[in-house]
Design a protein around this ligand. Structure first.
Ligand SMILES: *[C@@H]1O[C@H](CO)[C@@H](O)[C@H](O)[C@H]1NC(C)=O
Ligand SMILES: *[C@@H]1O[C@H](CO)[C@@H](O)[C@H](O)[C@H]1NC(C)=O
Ligand SMILES: *[C@@H]1O[C@H](CO)[C@@H](O)[C@H](O)[C@H]1NC(C)=O
Ligand SMILES: *[C@@H]1O[C@H](CO)[C@@H](O)[C@H](O)[C@H]1NC(C)=O
Ligand SMILES: *[C@@H]1O[C@H](CO)[C@@H](O)[C@H](O)[C@H]1NC(C)=O
Length: 942
């Protein structure tokens, strides 16, 4: 009994305690907290189901339902939410159903690096205590809501797109070494989580008095920088790079305490206020790639803290800022491509931490100072295109970390220091177009990492040192336009990585060393304009990688070797020699029996070529290596070119932001996509010809599958991809002008092409209009377009569906590649790369066993297309035969379209033969041994 009484006492005590807890927690679950929970759950409900929010559930047991324990949530002592942090969480969905007004105590909101779409809701302005807001690296669009101006406690505001920072910087600042070659080669369509916020930066941003950091970079903000930013007295970092801002830098900035001011790549103009020099805390100032004029602020390093300073690619004039001379903190300096004046030896000082300096293409004079020796961390010194004179001081060779030394196009003279070989880290040594004399120092053999050596256009004499053969990493060697004599050292044959060898315009004597034939990567060989004699070594005939050869203006004699390059090259490459003979038109034939064959490429010769190309397949994995070098060169050049014209804006991108207007016009003009406007039907889309009154005619590709259960999220993911495609501009690519995604109708808007598709043309009476010169033009146009996409676009793009139906013709029969990159887009369900996209009859054979799509699939398709253009019909079985062992019996003389009369001129016949030959190379079974589109273009140009 007693125990029972004790027990019941326990129970009642427990009850009491439980009640007390309930009371307490219900007290804690005050109306605020309740609305907070509800607001979070309501938002979660509106989002796609995702594991990251698994902990967000309301329990009936009220103590467990406290959101303070949910993932990413933190509360204050009163149990009210102060922090929502779901950064890097893979979060999908949008913010429209997040009721910000339910979080009166929120201080910290971090949703950066997720996959959020849609706009920033304007009720975000109700988070009146918010101090930290980061929405960077999502897929948000629209403009900044004005209500942000009410968040007066904010100290950090970030909506930047920074996921590609590293990559972009690497591309913008290629040190020669840091550009990731492999990264670049993984050709993929650009898919990235990308904020596309636009419009003007509201003047009201000046209300955010506590702002310390404002990062709006990598968006589409346009218009001027609001001067009110100059009122933000706590601001230290203003990051606005990669937008489309115009106008001038507000003078009011001079009163700020900025440490980081990044305005890189906008359209800013005018002069930079001298007041910027008052920013005595400045660490990082980025002004490059704008349209600034006038002088650089002279006191830019007044505070003695400047580390990174770029002003490259503007139109700055006047002197180098005086304060740079003693700015010992400098790490990176880029002032290239301006019109700055000054003296290289007087205006620069000693910088122990300097790693990279580019002053190329300015108007600097003076001599190279021995002081550079003190910059022991220097990895790149680029001074090309100035008026620098005097000698190279021997102290330069003490810069042991030097990787990239470019002193080209100056007025330097004297000898190249004998000790230059001590710069063992050197990758690029470019001294061309100066007045260097003396000999090429033998010490050059010590440059065991050297990849590029260009000493051309100087006054160097004497022999080429044998030690050059020790620079075993050399890819490009140019000694042309000097006074070199002696023989060509056979040791050059050791340079197994060599792709480009130019010894032209010297006085070299003796024979061509047969060892050159073992340069299995060599693409360009120019030995012209020397005094070389003897015969051309037969070993040169087996150099399958060779694209161009020039042996003209020497004293060579005897027969040209057998080999691809010696058949496909024209007479000029061998002219003005003593007595060369061979099968090239215009050259004396070596043997009487050959005369019968004549100049045209005949069946039997093609068979040989074909066999030769198969032999070549083994060693042609080279091409992939070869493109690295060009990619790297071209890349930096393009980057600069594109950005300096800052023509990034697509006039139609407004469609994306304000889809309704154009959407309505198009739906109206096509009478809701009435069939009478339909001009084509494909697997996933119908194409309409739409004429908007008062505007041009468009081809509108309406996507069919949208209504059929494709998740709208997936479609959204593709919008950024398509947006990227709208930015592509090439003479031979149909312009994708804009796009609309709506539940009812989703479509892409293209330029309209009067001539229709190539396949229709080839299959119709019109085929005869496509005469041989036109067909040659079509092939070249497609080649250029593909080369552009593969090698000049950043990032590169693979078409994946090159076929005659995707080549469109204008009214004057100019060819345009259409549907670029949309192959994948049109099948949004194939979001990975494992689905075969493409057209039957064009599929590259490797797709049968690997699902990896590379640019070489496009090359294969191009090969099919070329044969189709020459034959007037799809080559069909011919291709299968090519890849089988019986390939030698391909009846090539039947190949040409018999609806046209045979080509009239020899020139055209030769071009067609070259195209046939290239098509065969493109159709090689091994993707690696297919040429790149760049090399195809080169050969078509010759
Ligand atoms: C800022 O807050 C005030 C007071 O709550 C409100 O009246 C005003 O509309 C808000 N401003 C914006 C731009 O939302
Ligand atoms: C740069 O400024 C000049 C005049 O100062 C103007 O003509 C030119 O169009 C501008 N360039 C760009 C790309 O804005
Ligand atoms: C300067 O630039 C280098 C290379 O881009 C970067 O790693 C470094 O962080 C920058 N330093 C500052 C202070 O911005
Ligand atoms: C650069 O400035 C010079 C001299 O002020 C002017 O002649 C030239 O047109 C400018 N170039 C550009 C691209 O603005
Ligand atoms: C050079 O860099 C080091 C390390 O970043 C730093 O400690 C040092 O102060 C710098 N020197 C100068 C002169 O700025």
């Amino acid at each position: 009994m007693a125990s029972q009484g004790k027990q019941s006492k326990h129970v009642s005590l427990a009850l009491l305690v439980a009640c007390w807890f309930v009371l307490l927690s219900s007290c804690k679950a005050n109306p605020i907290s309740k609305t907070e929970i509800e607001a979070l759950l309501k938002w979660k409900e509106s989002l796609p189901d995702q594991p990251i929010l698994k902990s967000w559930v309301a329990h009936t047991n009220s103590s467990a339902s406290s959101p303070c324990k949910w993932r990413g949530i933190a509360c204050n002592n009163e149990g009210s939410i102060t922090e929502i942090n779901l950064a890097h969480a893979g979060l999908r969905g949008n913010l429209q159903n997040l009721d910000f007004s339910s979080f009166p105590n929120l201080l910290h909101l971090d949703l950066s690096v997720n996959k959020l779409t849609g706009t920033i809701p304007s009720n975000i302005g109700t988070l009146s205590k918010l101090q930290y807001l980061d929405l960077s690296t999502n897929s948000l669009n629209g403009s900044l809501p004005l209500s942000l101006a009410n968040l007066t406690h904010l100290s950090e505001l970030g909506v930047s797109q920074n996921s590609i920072t590293g990559e972009l910087d690497r591309r913008l600042f290629p040190d020669g070494t840091s550009l990731s070659k492999t990264g670049f080669l993984s050709l993929k369509i650009f898919v990235l989580q990308e904020n596309k916020l636009g419009g003007r930066i509201p003047e009201e941003i000046g209300n955010l008095k506590h702002l310390v950091l404002l990062a709006l970079d990598r968006n589409y903000f346009c218009g001027p920088i609001p001067p009110s930013i100059g009122n933000l007295s706590h601001l230290t970092s203003l990051i606005l790079n990669l937008n489309e801002l115009s106008g001038q830098i507000p003078v009011s900035f001079g009163t700020l305490k900025l440490t980081h001011l990044n305005l890189l790549m906008n359209r800013l103009s005018g002069s930079v206020p001298e007041e910027i020099g008052n920013l005595s805390s400045l660490v990082n100032l980025q002004l490059a790639f704008n349209n600034f004029t006038g002088q650089l602020p002279q006191q830019v390093c007044q505070g003695g803290k400047l580390v990174n300073f770029t002003a490259a690619f503007n139109n700055f004039t006047g002197p180098i800022p005086v304060s740079l001379k003693n700015c010992r903190t400098l790490n990176r300096v880029r002032l290239e491509h301006n019109q700055l004046t000054g003296y290289i030896d007087q205006d620069f000082g000693v910088y122990p931490n300097l790693t990279y300096i580019d002053l190329s293409y300015n108007r600097l004079q003076g001599k190279l100072s021995p002081n550079w020796r003190e910059c022991q961390n220097l990895t790149a010194l680029k001074l090309a295109g100035n008026m620098i004179s005097g000698k190279i001081p021997k102290e330069i060779v003490q810069l042991r970390k030097m990787g990239y030394l470019d002193l080209s196009s100056n007025q330097l003279s004297g000898e190249i220091p004998a000790e230059i070989g001590k710069l063992s880290k050197l990758l690029k040594l470019i001294l061309k177009d100066n007045k260097f004399s003396g000999e090429v120092p033998a010490g050059i053999g010590g440059l065991s990492n050297l990849e590029t050596l260009d000493l051309s256009i100087n006054m160097l004499g004497g022999p080429i040192p044998d030690q050059i053969g020790d620079c075993w990493r050399l890819q490009s060697l140019s000694l042309s336009k000097n006074y070199l004599n002696g023989t060509i050292p056979y040791q050059i044959g050791n340079l197994q990585a060599l792709q480009d060898l130019d010894l032209s315009f010297n006085s070299l004597m003796g024979g061509i060393p047969p060892q050159l034939g073992s340069l299995s990567d060599l693409e360009y060989l120019n030995l012209s304009n020397n005094n070389l004699n003897g015969s051309v070594p037969t070993s040169l005939g087996s150099m399958v990688s060779l694209i161009s050869i020039n042996l003209s203006n020497n004293n060579l004699e005897g027969p040209l070797p057998e080999g691809k390059i010696f058949w496909s090259t024209t007479l000029e490459a061998f002219s003005n020699n003593k007595d060369l003979c061979g099968e090239i038109q215009g050259l004396r034939p070596c043997y009487a029996s050959v005369i019968k064959k004549g100049g045209r490429i005949t069946k039997s010769k093609l068979v040989v070529i074909f066999v030769a190309s198969f032999v070549g397949a083994l060693s042609l994995s080279i091409t992939s290596v070869v493109i690295f070098l060009f990619l790297e060169k071209k890349l930096s050049r393009n980057m600069l070119k594109d950005e300096s014209t800052s023509n990034r804006k697509n006039p139609f991108s407004i469609w994306y932001f304000d889809g309704k207007i154009v959407y309505k016009d198009i739906v109206e003009a096509s009478e809701s996509f009435d069939d009478k406007y339909c001009i084509g039907v494909g697997g996933t889309a119908k194409v309409y010809k739409v004429e908007i009154p008062g505007a041009q005619v468009f081809a509108v590709k309406k996507l069919r599958s949208m209504a059929e259960g494709i998740e709208s999220e997936i479609i959204k993911n593709f919008t950024s991809e398509v947006a990227a495609l709208t930015e592509i501009r090439h003479r031979n690519i149909v312009k994708l002008l804009g796009f609309c995604f709506r539940e009812v109708h989703s479509f892409l808007v293209y330029e309209f092409m009067e001539g229709g598709s190539l396949v229709d043309m080839l299959c119709s009476e019109g085929a005869t209009e496509l005469d041989w010169p036109t067909r040659i033009r079509v092939v070249k146009s497609v080649a250029y377009a593909l080369s552009y996409m593969h090698h000049d676009c950043v990032p590169p793009i693979i078409h994946r569906d090159i076929s005659s139906k995707n080549i469109l013709l204008s009214s004057d029969l100019e060819a345009y590649v259409s549907d670029f990159g949309t192959a994948r887009f049109l099948k949004p369900d194939s979001s990975n790369w494992t689905t075969i996209a493409g057209t039957y009859g064009y599929l590259a054979p490797e797709l049968a066993y690997t699902m990896v799509v590379t640019e070489k699939c496009d090359v294969y398709n191009f090969g099919v297309l070329v044969l189709e253009i020459l034959m007037g019909k799809h080559p069909g079985e011919l291709i299968t035969n090519l890849n089988s062992s019986t390939s030698t019996s391909v009846p090539f003389k039947d190949v040409l379209d018999d609806r046209l009369s045979p080509p009239k001129s020899l020139k055209i016949a030769n071009e067609l033969a070259l195209m046939q030959n290239l098509a065969l190379l493109c159709l090689r079974a091994n993707p690696q041994s297919r040429p790149t589109m760049r090399s195809v273009c080169r050969q078509l140009e010759m």
